[in-house]
Design a protein around this ligand. Structure first.
Ligand code: ATP
Length: 230
């Protein structure tokens, strides 16, 4: 489904990502884990077709990640989502559905369904007046307006209270159970274990190790494995 081959991205000669290779199967939840500056955002943006690799390739269903068709079927959640503060969640989501040319009837139904699932259906407040957790949920709803097959979520649960974090992890799991392929990043393995089929652990631009968490535990043991949990 997603094939990342020898991905390298340099910024002014500095390699933010160096030679990453991994694949993600259809319907899988794949975690990209690592501390600050590991190269997670750069990797995810390359998968979402939002930056051009210095070398290497990213393909989704055999098509380049930055092709128009691929991007139409992908939902990206940036680490910090810029929201239009004065809009209500509904008007904000309709605005994005229009950008994707989703027919009005389909969009309205999809938006109501998503707002309902995210417990936002009765929130008419402007986005600027909402809590951080609610704003994150609206950003997640926005990533679903085009009903994508592939979701790329950059630290979807970071900086949130434990309840909202759990909620978002569970919701991500449900999205994968619907058959969507999910790649998401996180600083640590806490929570990730509950949702990821496999992970790649990154540090300073390189993949240190990758595989199912159970195998990583066997190879590295509890101590090493939890080096990445802080
Ligand atoms: P964080 O958890 O802090 O978001 P990350 O793992 O997502 O970190 P990246 O944002 O991919 O890491 O950054 C990897 C490295 O590349 C960092 O050293 C960062 O400073 C650098 N970097 C990222 N974007 C740029 C840019 N546009 N110009 C220059 N350097 C950049």
């Amino acid at each position: 489904m997603i094939e990342v081959r020898d991905l390298r991205k340099e910024y002014g000669g500095f390699a933010a990502v160096e030679g990453s290779t991994f694949s993600v199967d259809s319907g899988e939840v794949f975690g990209v884990i690592g501390p600050n500056g590991a190269g997670k955002t750069t990797t995810l943006k390359a998968i979402a077709g939002l930056l051009e690799p210095t070398s290497g390739t990213v393909a989704i269903n055999g098509e380049p990640a930055d092709s128009r068709e691929t991007r139409r079927r992908l939902g990206f959640l940036p680490e910090e989502s810029p929201l239009y503060e004065e809009m209500s969640p509904r008007s904000y989501l309709r605005f994005f559905a229009d950008l994707y040319d989703v027919p009005r009837e389909v969009a309205n139904q999809r938006i109501e369904n998503t707002l309902d699932r995210l417990e936002l259906a009765h929130r008419e407040r402007a986005l600027g007046d909402m809590s951080k957790g609610m704003k994150r949920k609206v950003a997640i709803a926005r990533s679903l307006v085009n009903d994508p097959d592939v979701l790329v979520y950059d630290e979807p649960a970071s900086g949130l209270d434990p309840l909202t974090t759990n909620y978002i992890i569970e919701f991500t799991k449900e999205l994968a159970e619907e058959g969507r392929t999910v790649v998401f990043s996180a600083h640590n393995l806490y929570h990730v274990e509950e949702v990821c089929d496999r992970v790649a652990i990154m540090n300073e631009g390189k993949i240190v190790t990758k595989g199912p968490l159970s195998e990583l535990r066997e190879t590295y043991g509890e101590t090493e494995y939890h080096v990445f949990t802080t």
